[in-house]
Design a protein around this ligand. Structure first.
Ligand code: UD1
Ligand code: CA
Length: 460
């Protein structure tokens, strides 16, 4: 069930697309469901902003059922009637509770089978049950349930019950649709509550049971911003703990943001306030310093990423040193033992083994060989306003500071580029290229100026 608006978030975006742990809330639930049944047997009920939800999660291969008007969780299941007709049993998951694990769902489903129940709900014991539906058991020890009572319909005695309904259920499909017509909207929200099926089945002498999970945290919902942030923190910390168990040192893990799919090798040290996002892979024996944000990037072994480095779709070879303040944009490949320093921006380029671009440089659409030194202030002029052009710098080239390299351009191996040159033509191997005006010095000029005498404009 993922059709709701999420009124309590006060958001214009659908609740299930809000992110925890770096991906949409609903993506977590679908991933868990896909570990139990094939995607073709998963039906996601969507409604509020359904086109956006479908677009975001269509890649998972699941089916979508549209609940155009969201008239409650019971109504969500009414809408799914045709889709579920071929099935005997349905497991209902709440699209807004992303921490649920496949193991717990399997236990729930097994309990449903051994109890021979018509409806089985997953319950949990909460110290503060406020806001959740409460489970009314036949008797305290009995697995059987008389009813689920929603917070706003509960009397003060019922509000003291700390066993809550998690929003996860198993139903017999034929029994559900035989009696779902008995649901009514006579309640505070004028909605069809799926939870009322417990009472309906109970009165029809069909068995309703509750399976209480040992890990209450798994069923936490994301109804408010505070809950979203809380779950995000739990997921992040769990990821850090997992990496630490695998031999990674993470200082101040509460301040690091590491996405679920990130891989980090043993003996790598991650300093406070680092973000490792998307499909980032870090080798072993690396040091990722504070305030660096690495997205979808691959970092080989023994790399140092100095503070405040930002990378996106970049590859960094073993032993390289990057940063502080480097920006590696998509398609940047930094070779083994290469060095990229402060205020260097790279894009779609390869920097060969052992080459250096230590400061203040832009290298885009470039192929740079091994052992090249790129001086401070070097710019590859890759864009003519219409097209992008390539700069090739062969092995062993020395590019003097403040050089402007106007692409398309090839600088042959071993060549020297004099500082402050504007290079517009190919440079042969081992040549010295100068592309700047010759310096002039006008002797006595300053003295004359200070004395108030006119300086002649004549060139010396
Ligand atoms: C629901 C339960 C409550 C339980 C809690 C656990 C009901 C009436 N109450 O309350 O007993 O303790 O979950 O988290 O079910 N949805 C639809 N269509 C709708 C309405 C909701 O698909 O018309 C979806 C929502 O997107 C959400 C899920 O169903 O993913 C639960 O809805 P929500 O409004 O969050 O229910 P709660 O008030 O949390
Ligand atoms: Ca909820």
């Amino acid at each position: 069930m993922a059709a709701g608006k999420g009124t309590r978030l006060k958001s214009k975006h659908p609740k299930v697309l809000h992110e925890v742990g770096g991906k949409p809330i609903l993506a977590h639930v679908i991933a868990t469901a896909a570990k139990i049944v094939a995607p073709r047997d998963i039906f996601v009920i969507i409604g509020h902003e359904s086109a956006r939800v479908r677009e975001t999660l269509g890649g998972t291969g699941v089916n979508f059922v549209i609940q155009a008007e969201q008239r409650g969780t019971g109504h969500a299941l009414m809408v799914a009637r045709e889709a579920l007709a071929p099935y005997d049993q349905v497991i209902v998951l709440s699209g807004d509770a992303p921490l649920i694990t496949p193991e717990t769902i399997k236990h729930l489903s097994a309990f449903h089978a051994t109890q021979g129940a018509t409806m089985t709900l997953l319950s949990a014991e909460f110290a503060i049950p406020f806001g959740y539906g409460r489970v009314l058991r036949k008797s305290p020890r009995s697995p059987e349930v008389r009813a689920i009572i929603e917070e706003r319909s509960a009397n003060s005695a019922q509000r003291k019950i700390r066993e809550i309904n998690s929003g996860f259920y198993v139903f017999s499909v034929p029994a559900l649709y035989a009696l779902i017509g008995q649901l009514s909207t006579e309640n505070t929200h004028r909605e069809y509550y799926l939870t009322d099926m417990a009472g309906i089945f109970h009165r029809a002498r069909k068995k309703v049971v509750a399976f209480k999970t040992a890990d209450a945290d798994e069923v936490l919902g994301t109804n408010t911003r505070t809950e979203i942030v809380d779950l995000d923190a739990r997921l992040r910390l769990a990821k850090c703990r997992e990496l630490m168990a695998e031999g990674v040192t993470i200082f101040y893990p509460e301040a690091c943001v590491i996405d679920a799919d990130v891989v980090v090798g043993a003996d790598t040290v991650i300093e406070p306030f680092v973000q490792l996002l998307g499909k980032t892979k870090i080798g072993s024996d690396c040091r990722i310093c504070s305030y660096s944000v690495l997205k979808d990037s691959e970092v080989a072994d023994g790399v140092v990423i100095n503070p405040l480095t930002v990378t996106d779709n970049a590859q960094i070879g073993a032993g390289a040193i990057v940063g502080p303040y480097s920006r590696l944009r998509p398609g940047s490949e930094i070779g083994e033992n290469a060095r990229v320093g402060n205020f260097v921006e790279t894009k779609k380029m390869r920097l060969g083994r052992g080459s250096k671009a230590p400061h203040l440089t832009y290298l885009g659409d470039a192929e740079i060989g091994e052992g090249v030194n790129v001086g401070a202030g070097t710019i590859t002029c890759n864009y003519d306003g219409v097209h992008k052009h390539k700069t090739v710098i062969e092995d062993g080239v020395f590019v003097g500071s403040n050089s402007t390299l106007v692409a398309p351009l090839k600088i042959g191996h071993g060549a020297y580029i004099a500082a402050a040159s504007c290079i517009t033509e190919n440079v042969p191997a081992d040549a010295l290229a100068l592309g700047r005006a010759r310096q002039t010095a006008k002797e006595g000029w300053a003295t004359s100026k200070r004395a108030g005498r006119p300086n002649s404009e004549k060139r010396s």
